[in-house]
Design a protein. Structure first.
Length: 186
């Protein structure tokens, strides 16, 4: 049995029309929420942690929860949003796209740094962390997009809310590490 835990961070339900927060605040919230979904089963067309996610459902839910943004349903449509960036420009919170079905942008994940990303892989799998350096993903890499706009210093937190504290971030990472060890390293 996989138990999921998400700490109550700064992110609360809010409506926004555009992402206008500083990169570190919003990106950190996106990464934390993506990590909070580790272990959720894959489900084609799925969009919730209770029933499961497919790749675009995971990305849609994370960005909705973290920034109040409603993204398109399909990964190819998400691939036309935001700003195209180079692989060497990627930062945590950016989206990474892959050609996994002989179709550009047929798979999407959330970059978390250090050449790693969170995604919902396939039937029978669970939301997990992968490395871009693994041959399978490296060969299928289609590009990256930035949906979180950089703002000037002193910008408010996500949708006017304060960003998660460093203590919240460390606590969540510790909880997620414990969950991962219990669920996958028996």
């Amino acid at each position: 049995m996989v138990v999921l835990c998400a700490l109550p961070l700064a992110g609360r339900a809010a409506e926004t029309s555009q992402m206008t927060v500083s990169q570190p605040d919003a990106a950190g919230e996106v990464v934390l929420r993506a990590l909070g979904m580790l272990g959720v089963p894959y489900k084609y067309g799925g969009e919730s942690p209770e029933t499961g996610f497919d790749c675009s459902g995971l990305v849609r839910r994370v960005f909705s929860d973290a920034a109040g943004e409603t993204l398109p349903r399909r990964s190819q449509e998400i691939g036309s949003a935001g700003q195209e960036i180079g692989r060497d420009e990627m930062q945590p919170g950016d989206l990474v796209f892959f050609n996994t079905q002989r179709s550009p942008f047929s798979h999407v994940g959330i970059y978390i740094g250090e050449q790693r990303f969170v995604h919902a892989p396939r039937s029978g799998g669970v939301v997990r962390i992968e490395s871009l350096e693994v041959d399978y993903w490296s060969r299928r890499f289609d590009g990256a997009r930035r949906l979180i706009a950089a703002a000037s210093d002193g910008a408010p937190g996500l949708a006017g809310r304060p960003a998660a504290s460093e203590a919240d971030v460390l606590a969540l990472l510790e909880v997620q590490g414990n969950i991962f060890r219990r669920a996958f390293l028996r």
